[in-house]
Design a protein. Structure first.
Length: 140
């Protein structure tokens, strides 16, 4: 009879072992959380340093010392545009399309293109359009 009652219960040594193991490997402990956050920070720092190194190795990606600059662009359609490129003292008019780039014209003298703030131009247009709408009578 004693064997029957003892076989239905877990031995006391297995219960103690389970309690000891669960106390040692608490997945929500501060040390485990600190290790995960530290590892993530280390991976992000390495990623940032690799990107910075790649940027310095490829001179085509930096715009500061580039021998050419895009002076102006004009979108003709969602996939086609005109580009005015300054190369040294010379300006080129390029056409960009899904098939590639094509030099359309080499300008004999450089154009003086003033950059406009498109946000200010749009805000002026919006102000005029709303003022014009208020002046009209919209009653049926």
């Amino acid at each position: 009879m004693r064997q029957f009652a003892g076989s239905s219960l877990l031995p006391l040594s297995k219960i103690r072992l389970f309690l000891r193991c669960s106390a040692m490997s608490d997945p929500m402990s501060w040390s485990a959380l600190l290790r995960v956050v530290g590892g993530l920070a280390l991976v992000l720092v390495v990623f940032f340093l690799v990107l910075r190194g790649l940027r310095r190795m490829q001179p085509g990606l930096s715009g500061a010392g580039a021998p050419f600059a895009v002076v102006a662009t004009l979108a003709l359609s969602p996939r086609e545009r005109l580009l005015l490129i300054q190369v040294g003292e010379q300006q080129l008019l390029l056409g960009s399309s899904p098939q590639g780039l094509r030099c359309l014209h080499v300008l004999p003298q450089a154009l003086d293109v003033r950059r406009t703030d498109t946000g200010a131009v749009f805000s002026d247009w919006l102000r005029r359009a709303t003022a014009r709408g208020e002046a009209q009578d919209r009653s049926p």
